[in-house]
Design a protein around this ligand. Sequence first.
Ligand SMILES: [Mg+2]
Length: 119
Amino acid sequence: MPKLLVVDDEHDICDFVRNFFNERGYTVQTAGSGDEALSIVKENRPDLILLDIKMKGMDGIAVLKHIKTFDKNIKVIMVSALEDQEKMDEACRLGACNYITKPLALDNLEHAVEKMFKV
Ligand SMILES: [Mg+2]
């Protein structure tokens, strides 16, 4: 099964998303900061990352740059609020596959993730 990494500085969101995808058979790791995310990426090379844009310290855009420098084949879906449209556009230019908006709707989330693994 694909390996997911959920990156969000809100613990509740990490737990919620991890439980949701665990139940669907995915292996899920979580990170509460950009630094933590990057060390997991280097150790474990996830197939897909759900990456919060707005985080304390390193934000999602900076994390995305590092991820894509490390391995441009890792798929990244950005997660943010609607008002961050400019950041979303920047993320697309940097190679993010897609984005989903908060508050997270489970069917959107599932659809966005499954779409990444369709042959
Ligand atoms: Mg956040």
